[in-house]
Design a protein around this ligand. Structure first.
Ligand code: ACO
Length: 433
């Protein structure tokens, strides 16, 4: 309940004045919200096409302060979590609300490892794809197809079913992701191993072969784990909003996560790290940087500097700070500090950070700028970058979906519109069309 109200006064088309009051609510942190849900009764809607000033739900999972550059998972700052916790802890934290104790952690990881393998019949899905299919296309298809496979957990009103779906999704994403890569290069699929952790298993399934099962480099395992942690959740972004919108219809979680993967694919969202790497290759040489900076500033040129800017962060993205550090650790471990692409990226970062246009518009490098370079240095193919993002974000998506399904006040997502098409008219005889 609240005793604070916002009053809106407006004129209709006949210039009659109306006013209506709306309750104002406060969360734990962040901006207050005005509840305009009753506004439609007054014969008027609000419009906010990109949700720039619209809270779409209540949530207690993740908090971002874009001005200060803060990111909290269940209240814990991201920079502390990457130092003190691993991705298994993060999965448990996002899903259950608290960090796991030792027993809870080993039970959670044990459950995930038990579910990591794919049923042999599910492996057959892959052979339906062309070898040159983008692995994101395979992910959308195979994750969506899980609903055709796991009929035993599709009752979204049953908490045990919901939990089993969450575990299956978190557990099988690394396997599906690695299989989509192995399929594209024609190598045999690798099985997950019970003696390896989550990130380690992913790298093992990506790079291991039946004739070389040596354990992945611990520095790379740690880097992968951090990449997963940094990408695990990010409040109500485009893909999470897609998952929630799909979920609001009562669709099963496999279908909802598949929709989220589709939304993540775009270059303005999860596809940015792939787009960033491609941009670096297009720039090609440090001497060409000024030309591309000039293009990014030119209003008549659609080109944007990929890996720079963020809808919410108008300060340094806290994930980018951690990712930058991780990037250098990986470059040291693989001995690639002198790689021309890496040198080019570092020069671009420096020049953009000192340029007035980028300073004035608060366009800082985002997490995707460094994650692309790091993944490249780790030997991950560019087409797999967004897949890795999707793998990590699945934990956040399924936690957000679970929260929404349990929320008694959640509604079917059904926005209205400002119609600007033709007025009602009769269909003329066909010869006049
Ligand atoms: N390069 C050049 N100019 C830019 C860039 C950029 N990367 N990003 C924003 N701008 C400019 C815009 O042209 C605009 O200029 P104007 O005010 O003169 O019209 C101004 O900055 C604001 O841009 P918007 O698009 O309104 O800002 P918004 O907050 O909606 O955009 C977005 C955020 C989409 C991420 C944008 O910065 C962008 O396209 N960046 C490149 C893609 C990218 O790196 N995406 C990854 C996001 S992080 C993630 O998904 C994990």
């Amino acid at each position: 309940m609240t005793d604070r109200k916002a009053t809106l006064t407006f004129k209709d088309k006949q210039h009659n004045s109306y006013s209506a009051s709306f309750p104002i609510y406060s969360g734990t942190l962040g901006y207050d919200v005005i509840d305009v849900s009753s506004l439609g009764k007054e014969g008027i809607y609000t419009i906010d096409a990109g949700f720039h000033a619209t809270a779409a739900c209540k949530s207690s999972i993740t908090y971002i302060d874009g001005g200060k550059g803060t990111l909290l998972y269940r209240g814990y700052p991201i920079d502390q979590l990457v130092e003190k916790a691993d991705f298994t802890d993060i999965g448990y934290l996002l899903l259950h609300g608290e960090l796991p104790n030792k027993t809870q952690k080993s039970d959670f990881l044990g459950l995930i490892l038990d579910h990591m393998n794919l049923h042999e019949q599910m492996s057959c899905f892959f052979s339906g794809f062309r070898r040159d299919a983008h692995p994101m296309a395979i992910m959308v298809g195979v994750v969506g197809a899980m609903s055709a496979f796991y009929h035993d957990s599709l009752d979204i009103k049953n908490p045990d079913h919901r939990n089993l779906c969450a575990i299956r999704l978190i557990a099988k994403m690394p396997t599906i992701a690695a299989m989509s890569h192995k399929y594209s290069i024609g190598e045999p699929f690798m099985h997950p191993r019970h003696d390896m952790g989550y990130a380690e298993n992913f790298l093992h399934m990506m790079f291991g072969t039946p004739y070389d099962e040596s354990a992945p480099d611990p520095v790379l395992v740690r880097a992968m784990d951090r990449i997963f942690t940094l990408h695990a959740d990010h409040e109500q972004n485009a893909s999470t909003t897609t998952v929630r919108a799909a979920g609001s219809t009562g669709a099963n979680p496999f279908a909802c996560i598949s929709a989220g993967i589709g939304a993540l694919w775009g270059p303005a969202h999860g596809g940015a790290n792939e787009a960033c790497l491609r941009m670096l290759m297009e720039i090609g040489d440090e001497k060409n940087i000024p030309e591309f900076i000039a293009r990014a500033k030119d209003k008549n040129d659609p080109f944007r500097l990929m890996g720079f800017g963020h809808r919410v962060y108008k300060n340094y993205d806290p994930r980018a700070t951690v990712m930058r550090r991780t990037c250098h650790e990986v470059l040291d471990a693989v001995g690639r500090h002198d790689d021309p692409l890496i040198k080019l990226a570092m020069s671009l970062e420096k020049i953009a950070l000192e340029d007035d246009y980028f300073i004035e518009k608060k366009l800082y490098p985002n997490v995707d700028f460094y994650s692309g370079i790091t993944l490249n240095a780790m030997g991950i193919p560019t087409s797999m970058f967004t897949v890795i993002f999707a793998l990590a974000r699945t934990t956040g998506w399924i936690s957000q979906w679970t929260e929404m399904v349990q929320d008694p006040n959640a509604h079917l997502v059904r926005p209205r519109q400002l119609y600007i098409g033709k007025d009602k008219r009769d269909v003329p005889p066909a010869e006049e069309w």
